[in-house]
Design a protein around this ligand. Structure first.
Ligand SMILES: [Zn+2]
Length: 143
């Protein structure tokens, strides 16, 4: 998965500003790379709760770019996150995410423990809990 975050970073690295009086252990280059990595990781492992990945990553890293470069930064982010998302959606649904962690239904059982059943590909819920996905989809409209 990190080829996506590295690709974003490589496209943008030339425009990152370094603060000559910067403090802290990390340079702005490292901050940008880490933000890209965590966005991709979240896309891969927590897609259902990651509503606007491109916008989130853009807000995280925009302070490290000059104003004039920001429209391009957003375009690059959108392009690569779309590719990563597309790639993830095409992965065979074999019960594991791209990191090899077993997929689990997102619902909680009546006893309060996480549901152990295998989720449906698009919903993130098992067949008996899939109605929960439908209520989730309605929420943004109500908001
Ligand atoms: Zn379930």
């Amino acid at each position: 998965m990190y080829r996506f975050s590295r690709a974003i970073y490589r496209e943008l690295a030339g425009e990152i500003t370094e603060d000559p009086h910067g403090f802290g252990a990390l340079t702005n280059h490292e901050r940008v790379l880490r933000a890209c990595e965590s966005a991709i990781e979240r896309l891969a492992t927590d897609r259902h709760y990651f509503a606007r990945p491109a916008r989130t990553l853009f807000c995280d890293i925009r302070p490290y770019f000059p104003m004039g470069a920001q429209p391009r930064v957003l375009r690059v982010i959108e392009r690569y996150l779309e590719c990563a998302d597309e790639f993830l959606r095409r992965q065979p649904q074999n019960g594991f995410d791209v990191y090899g962690n077993p997929l689990q239904c997102r619902a909680t059982t009546r006893k309060g423990s996480p549901c152990q059943r295998m989720p449906l590909p698009d919903k993130g819920y098992c067949p008996s809990h899939q109605h929960l996905a439908e209520t989730e989809q309605l929420e943004p409209l109500a908001a």
